[in-house]
Ligand binder design. Structure first.
Ligand SMILES: [Zn+2]
Length: 290
């Protein structure tokens, strides 16, 4: 760091009666996504090593500078860590964090659980992403299904994303989105805890049956962006079913006059919605699950 101190990634390891299979649970990529770090607290305090046939490696906060600032990107170098994987061991602070994760922890894991909570300003209907193609796609799909949420999203994530990089390294991975609004709530943490326990059972690390209410629906996501900046007011809510062309939100100027409407680009369920009143032109307003 600029003051000469060393930045480290805190990690907790529970090793059972064997080292493998190994689940790597990584939270705190984005400092404004709070459910993942918080959910790992009770898992750490409730799981007993002697009950595991394998190990669980937890990283509650991958990006400490972003977490301290409660911001998506690091204030040190302005980088979003989930756009620059596999990082660079001789690069800036965030690039080095990304490199440390890939070089020392992704390799050697049997499955990666990447824990997210959308972003400040947004709310998300919980879902699980997995790599749409490649050698680990099918293994990842089965893990996504086992996690137990209502929606799974096969995704070509693109360069720089952990989903893409772990997959290219031959390590199965799922990326979970629960929560939003830069807050943590008990019922959302419970989803993360139950899903992680399901993954441990799915991998044979924990005994017991996977608890899931129904078969998840495979979705595509269609995004819609603000045509203009202003004051955004949602007309519908996350989880609502909408038709194509139906109004999702209205944008007002600061004299409270209506200046634009944002219509749903597809029929489906509102999966992500911006709840913050302030909106920039071109900023994401909603993502519709179809
Ligand atoms: Zn995130």
């Amino acid at each position: 760091m600029p003051d000469g101190s060393t930045l480290s990634i805190p990690l907790n390891v529970i090793t059972g009666t064997r080292r493998h299979p190994r689940l790597l649970a990584v939270a705190g990529h984005h400092g404004d996504e709070q459910e993942g770090p918080s959910a790992l607290i009770s898992l750490w305090h409730s799981l007993r090593p002697e009950s595991l046939r394998g190990s669980l490696v937890m990283i509650p906060v991958l990006n400490p500078p972003a977490f301290q600032a409660l911001r998506r990107a690091s204030l040190e170098d302005g980088l979003d860590i989930n756009r620059i994987f596999p990082g660079n061991s001789r690069g800036t602070v965030t690039e080095r964090l990304a490199d440390a994760l890939c070089a020392h922890l992704i390799r050697g894991s049997d499955l990666v659980l990447s824990m997210h909570g959308w972003s400040a300003g947004y709310l998300v209907e919980p879902y699980v992403e997995y790599p749409k193609s490649g050698k680990v796609s099918e293994v990842s799909r089965l893990a996504a299904r086992a996690f137990g949420l209502g929606y799974v999203n096969p995704l070509e994530a693109g360069p720089g994303r952990l989903l893409t990089v772990a997959s290219a390294m031959g390590i199965p991975i799922i990326e979970v989105e629960i929560g939003g609004q830069a807050t943590s709530l008990p019922e959302r943490r419970a989803l993360y805890e139950a899903g992680t326990l399901n993954l441990l059972r799915h991998m044979g690390i924990l005994s017991g049956r996977i608890e899931r209410s129904s078969e998840p629906r495979a979705i595509d996501r269609v995004e819609v962006f603000a045509p203009t900046g202003g004051m955004l007011q949602c007309d519908r809510m996350v989880g609502d079913r909408v038709k194509r062309g139906e109004n999702l939100a209205t944008i007002y100027d600061l004299n409270l006059e209506r200046i634009a409407q944002v219509a749903s680009p597809a029929a489906g369920v509102i999966g992500v919605l911006r709840l913050a009143a302030s909106v920039q032109p071109g900023q994401l307003v909603a993502s519709v699950f179809k």
